[in-house]
Every structure is written in C-alpha cells, then in structure tokens.
Write a protein that binds this ligand. Structure first.
Ligand code: TXA
Ligand code: MG
Length: 353
C-alpha cells in the first residue's frame, strides 16, 4: 500500500486548531495518523473501526497476535472500553493519568478483537502530550496506537524516525519535536492484585510501589531467556528495538566495564569489524578506536532514556557492525532502559564482576 503521506508540523505550546481538525477528520474516516506522545510517537487509528485497526498492523508489519494500546483524552472514556475495574485501579488513573502508565483490564464488547489480538483484556492509557490529547478530543474516538516504527525497529522519538520508517505507509505524520521521556509507557495488569508490571516504562516500579504498597513483576521480565516463558504481554516475546548492527551489553562494576569494552573493541577491530560504543557522559572520553555515542548522564538517567532509541538509529546511519553498550543502574527509569537495551541486544550480555 503506497499512500501520499501528509506531514503536519505542530507546536505543543501553540497548537494550530485547523491542523488538528484535519488530522482528526482523517482518523474519523478510518485513516492512519502518527502523533507525538510524551513517551514515543504513536501510529493511531480509530480503535472502534476494525478495518482501520487492521491497517495499523499492515503499515507497521506487526504480527497480528500483538495487541494495541487504546489512547483516550478523558478518564471517563475508560468505562466504555474496560469493565470490572477495581476501585484501587481508579485511584491509579487519578494519580498517573495523563501520563506514561497503561492499564490492562477486562475489555467491554465495544473493543474489536483486532485491537486486543483476540484477548479478553484491553490496554488503555491517557497520554500527557497536548497535541495527542487535542487530536483524540477532536476526533471524539478512542485511538488505538502502537509505537510508530516498523515492527522490530527502535521506537521513534523524533518525526524523522517516523518518516524514515513509515513515509508512504500512513496518511498523516504530525511532526512535533523530540519525545520527552523516550521509552514507552509502563504496562500494568490490573486484572490481578497486586497489579503486575508487564512492561517497565515511563512510570517506575518504585513510583507504583510508593502508591500501591506492592506491585509484582511478570516473571518474563526477570529472565534472560524469554523463550523459556510465555510472556503475558504478547509484545514482549518478539525481537525488538533492534539496530542493524549486532548489539552486546556489558554489565558489572563501571571501571571494569570500560576496560572490558576497550578490550572487545580491540579484538573486533582486529577481525576487521567497525565498532561503536554506547557510553555515558562519565565515560565517553575513556574509549579508543571506536565511534562513541554518549547516551547521557548516569546521575540523570532520564537523559539516558530520552536518547537510547535515537542512539540506536544513529548507529544504523553511521553503519557500524558491532555496538558495545554500557549497562546502567536498573533502578527507577533504569529498569525500562535496561529492558529495552537487553532486548535490542537479543539478550547478548557480558557480565564481569
Ligand atoms: O508509550 C507507549 O505505550 C506507546 C505510545 C504510542 O503510547 N505505545 C506503545 O505501543 O508502546 P506498542 O504497541 O508498541 O506496545 C504495546 C505493548 C505491547 O507490549 C503489547 O503486547 C502490550 O502493550 N499490550 C497491549 N494490549 C495488551 C493486553 N491486552 N494484555 C497485555 N499486554 C498488552
Ligand atoms: Mg512498540
């Protein structure tokens, strides 16, 4: 399917209502509109229109057994999509919406099976980005939206990433700068109590624990070998976020990590490979003989989250064959960062003590 993609430039602090009206009209007609959210760009369609939803899967090349998140602009919309919601989950919505928390609960009959990939649960979130909210409000529809990348590629955190992947495959791309958070929402299963984190993301485990007392973690997130377990969040089983180059994560005490990466750079260069290093501000000057990209400041892990996907795509553009990545502390947003980094590496991890 080759479409003429219209690119609409919008400013979150000064939203052009006419452009929002146009994009909303495309959604209402069953078209595909890419829009910014505070996490990553989303590829949206009318969640209640089975055909429109099927077109999302086609545009992304997404396996049809991987369900989509439905985006709403008003908390009360959740009751049309989800039922048997525990009172404590409503408190979660009050606390964390709008924001990077997706709740998985029992679906109502109005949600098409294509959205939930046949599951009897639905994932819902209310994004924080003002453009996303005004688009959904104007369309007066719940909007199904996965990340706006080709399936398997790193999620898009700039409109350029979206255009690289989806130009000619969608009707509209809203261009609106860099995503604030840079990793996707936390997916939380509220059909169980305490709720279970199915995917770590923009709201940290610690933030949820502080509010809920206890939160569980899906066992597939704790294991290196995903094939051993059947993840509850179907999306977690696919190879994901992958740059074209082979990626290897090196974890352990930081000075040892730097030493190990330098030794690996030497070894692979001798074999004739071009090598990249994903470093941090604290370590970027310590590497020799490789293309170095700094993800950000170890003391400000948010900077690392917001740069990770871009850095993986930048290495694709540069064209290195092997990327060696420093692991970071997996506290707070670091849990989501390490989850994405290890998945991008296909769980190739070197641990040095
Ligand atoms: O931040 C985000 O969540 C972004 C922005 C665009 O909102 N969206 C996003 O969507 O990351 P996607 O499709 O790339 O990831 C959705 C994740 C997948 O891992 C999927 O398996 C899981 O949510 N999911 C969706 N519905 C589910 C359900 N009913 N039960 C369990 N997991 C579900
Ligand atoms: Mg995705």
């Amino acid at each position: 399917m080759q479409l003429k993609t219209k690119i609409l430039k919008l400013d979150e602090n000064n939203i052009d209502a006419e452009k929002i009206k146009y994009a909303a009209s495309i959604l209402r007609k069953g078209g595909l509109v890419v829009f910014p959210t505070e996490t990553v760009y989303g590829l949206g369609a009318d969640a209640l229109n089975q055909n429109a939803v099927l077109n999302i899967f086609e545009a992304k090349g997404r396996p049809s057994d991987n369900p989509l998140i439905v985006h709403i602009a008003d908390k009360d919309e959740v009751y049309k999509l989800m039922m048997d919601i525990p009172d404590d989950a409503i408190k979660l919505m009050d606390k964390f919406w709008p924001g990077p928390l997706t709740l998985v609960g029992k679906k109502t009959s109005s949600v098409p099976h294509s959205v939930t990939a046949g599951l009897d649960t639905v994932a819902v979130r209310m994004p924080k980005n003002k453009i996303a909210l005004s688009l959904i409000k104007e369309a007066k529809l719940p909007v199904a939206a996965p990340s706006a990348n080709l399936s398997g590629r790193p999620s898009p955190t700039t409109a350029k990433h979206v255009i690289d992947d989806l130009n000619g495959r969608v009707d509209v791309i809203i261009e609106a700068g860099n995503s604030d958070i840079g990793v996707e929402s936390t997916v939380l299963d509220i059909t169980l109590w305490p709720p279970v984190i199915l995917r770590p993301g923009g709201v940290s485990k610690e933030q949820l624990e502080e509010f809920l007392g206890k939160v569980d973690i899906d066992p597939s997130l704790m294991e290196k070998n995903l094939d051993m377990l059947i993840p509850k969040s179907p999306g977690m089983k696919y190879k994901h976020y992958s740059p074209k180059a082979e990626l290897v994560v090196v974890e352990g005490e930081l000075s040892n990590v730097v030493e190990k990466i330098n030794a690996l750079v030497e070894e692979y260069k001798r074999k004739g490979l071009s090598v990249g290093v994903l470093s941090t501000e604290q370590t970027k000057s310590l590497y020799n003989g490789a293309v170095v990209i700094s993800l950000g400041d170890r003391l400000e892990p948010k900077t690392i989250a917001s740069n990770l996907f871009k850095a993986l795509r930048d290495f694709d553009d540069i064209g290195v064959q092997l990327i060696l990545a420093e692991a970071v502390d997996d506290k707070g947003i670091g849990f989501a960062i390490m989850n994405r980094m290890k998945k991008a590496a296909g769980y190739k991890i070197v641990h040095i003590s």
